[in-house]
Design a protein around this ligand. Sequence first.
Ligand code: SOE
Length: 391
Amino acid sequence: MAKKTLNVAMIGGGFMGKAHSNAWLKVNKFFDTDFDINLKVIVGNKTPLEAFAARWGYDEVSYDWREVVRRPDIDIVDIGTPTWEHMEMAVAAAEAGKHIVCEKPCALSYQQCLKMAEAAKKAGVVTYLNHNYRRVPAVAYAKQLVEEGRLGTIYHWRGAYLQDWIMDPDFPLTWHLQSKYAGGGPVFDLSSHAYDLARYLIGDAKAVTAVNKTFITERPLPGAGAATFSAGSKTENAQKAPVDVEDASFAVVEFENGALGSIESTRFAVGCKNYNDFEVYGSKGAIRFNFESMNELWFLDATQPQAEQGFRRILCTEGVHPYVSAWWPGGHIIGYEHTFVNAFYDFLQAIAGKGAPITPDFEDGAAIIRFVEAVQLSSKEQRRVLIEEIK
Ligand code: SOE
């Protein structure tokens, strides 16, 4: 029987437009789903996207997202734009009855996320918030170990998401460095990922005590064509403007389950390129993961005879590990882009009503940004903040 075709409208043709388009093209090559996927429209604002459409195989280009999300021939709206645009786009897409993929972080505030979640619930549409690191096989396997009780009572979570791409004082004041567009700095960009992993593996936080820091307090305004993910073209004698977001953050986190932990994020950790790292310590065992060695999980089984105890490396590339059987034979490692394909498989299964509802969704997004806001408030007021204070 012919599969139903789902038409995708991709909003945003940048880094995420590329990663998402790749995943839409690959999902049915490696997984069996109920749907064929058609890249119907790529939607932009200023940058011409005709070449992008030709490269990735979109039928059409549009520069009017409001018109596109209402089209009856669009089934999935995929939001790959800067954070400040997420709420308006997601609410419009939900009200038009579209299933929605949205890039992280969910939105600029807890209240915006709640509006997105409410609109999606009212419309009965499936939402997926692309905190893609849950779909690294090693991370999904870590979740299995925790759920099987192999770590016992969880005492500690240590999360650190470290990068180094804006250490250059000449890196321009792009949208990532302006609170009105990004919500904040690495707390929104990276601590959101780190907290999503904490929620996924050990549960919600109860309180945070955080200190944020801005190292470079003013930057050149973006010159024409200044790249976003590199120092870009140094615009000589460029006008400078103040930076209103943090460059780094350290939060002490008290979890609902009694665990004590930390979540730090920065884009000034020289040499750390995409160092998304966590450690979990429990009464019966411990795990360690770092995305820069994304196929490996380090596990210590504290129930072993003490003389034999030690962290052992599990190469999570066997068919028994989550998602791996769709890809390659044992030992053939996978990469960043595969996590998007794994996620889109789960998203299409959720649309088909198969398997568990996909997470993280907009409800999870609200919980994540509630934590993010608590971190910002704690640093601003220099005090411990209960998550429940954030309304
Ligand atoms: C930049 O910090 C960035 O692109 C994040 O925005 C992504 O979410 C992360 O996956 C890689 O780094």
